[in-house]
Design a protein around this ligand. Structure first.
Ligand SMILES: [Zn+2]
Length: 189
């Protein structure tokens, strides 16, 4: 447990929220679709609205990356990567952890996409990349992060939960008399 005493505090911490900026990332692919195989790279820099799953949440830094948009039959394909920053609690020692995760974006967008397929339906002209990126980020939040690969966790011998002062106090407190322990074994009835 962190010595800062983050648990059981008076009142819940205020959760900061913020809107996506820009609110959309519209890519017009009308020209691109005039010839199959044409490509255009789109640079991504957008602040997404806050997302949280369990104790891990995104932070207010822009998501950055590049996505290659390519004209394919009945639509476009999107291939690229974006990275985003997050904050959470180490699953072993519960200390706060920050990290950056890079995710692949791989989507097919088609006009009149079959509803059961894993294909994004669009009007053939414009695609909003923001909801696609937002969903990919939400699915990629690390739910059990580690502050470092070899975090030993709250090992009481090597990483005592008590502060040094508290430990000293505990050391000076009279140890329970071992003879009392014998009483536990007695049946006084
Ligand atoms: Zn840790």
């Amino acid at each position: 447990m962190a010595s800062g005493g983050t648990s059981g505090g008076a009142g819940e911490a205020q959760v900061e929220t913020w809107p996506s900026r820009p609110p959309h990332l519209i890519v017009n692919v009308t020209d691109l679709r005039k010839r199959l195989g044409q490509r255009r790279e789109v640079a991504i820099e957008a602040t997404l609205a806050r997302q949280q799953v369990l104790d891990t949440h995104t932070v207010r830094t822009p998501v950055r990356g590049e996505i290659m948009v390519e004209s394919i039959e009945r639509g476009v394909s999107l291939h690229g990567h974006v990275s985003f920053d997050w904050e959470g609690d180490c699953r072993r020692c519960l200390e706060p952890v920050r990290g950056t995760t890079e995710i692949e974006i791989d989507e097919i967008c088609q006009v009149h996409a079959p509803p059961d397929a894993d294909i994004v339906d669009f009007d053939g002209e414009k695609i909003d990349l923001l909801p696609l990126i937002r969903d990919a980020v939400g699915l990629s939040l690390p739910l059990a992060p580690l502050c470092r690969e070899d975090c030993p966790g709250p090992d009481p011998d090597r990483y005592p939960a008590l502060t040094e002062d508290e430990l000293e106090e505990a050391d000076q407190a009279p140890a329970p008399d071992p003879r009392w322990a014998a009483l536990d074994g007695l049946d006084l009835n």
